[in-house]
Design a protein around this ligand. Structure first.
Ligand code: DAT
Ligand code: MG
Length: 139
């Protein structure tokens, strides 16, 4: 199989809590490669493209507010089956339900907010990965 790429984001909660190194450490410890890295404050225009599939859902506006609230780390991660592999590292979307041993399960919790602040994003398919990488990385 060809080497996959996935877009990983250390979201503003993870960045502001100082968890970037811990997340990147787990990615590297798993054996994946950090091909590109950047710290940016996500703008609402690109977030709308990134989260187009969720437009209209009750958590959509809070999600865009949260994601545009401060700096985040964007990484292109490479490796065989890294899309599935990173989502396994990340754990379930709801950090309360995410299993211990996962990023969200070990480091996340429910803060009583309308959106789940769950530390990381990972693309869910090869098509999503290429689409998302093109939104956040030029060239
Ligand atoms: P994932 O990030 O696990 O791929 P998703 O793509 O379904 O999950 O949703 C994108 C983000 O939106 C997710 O990371 C947190 C938030 N979210 C999803 N479902 C939610 C819900 N039911 N209530 C609150 N926030 C939610
Ligand atoms: Mg998703």
């Amino acid at each position: 199989a060809q080497i996959e790429r996935t877009l990983v984001i250390v979201k503003p909660d993870g960045y502001s809590r100082g968890l970037t190194g811990e997340v990147l450490r787990r990615i590297e410890a798993k054996g994946y490669t950090l091909a590109e890295l950047q710290v940016i404050s996500p703008d609402r225009e690109r977030l709308a493209k990134h989260y187009a599939e969720h437009e209209g859902k009750p958590f959509y506006e809070p999600l865009v507010d949260f994601m545009s609230s401060g700096p985040a780390v964007f990484a292109i991660v490479e490796g065989h089956r890294c899309i599935e592999g990173f989502r396994a590292l990340a754990g379930a979307t709801d950090p309360t339900a995410a299993l211990p041993g996962t990023i969200r399960g070990d480091l996340g919790r429910d803060w009583g907010l309308p959106v789940q602040q769950n530390i990381v994003h990972g693309s869910d398919s090869p098509e999503s990965a290429e689409r998302e990488i093109n939104i956040w990385f030029a060239g």
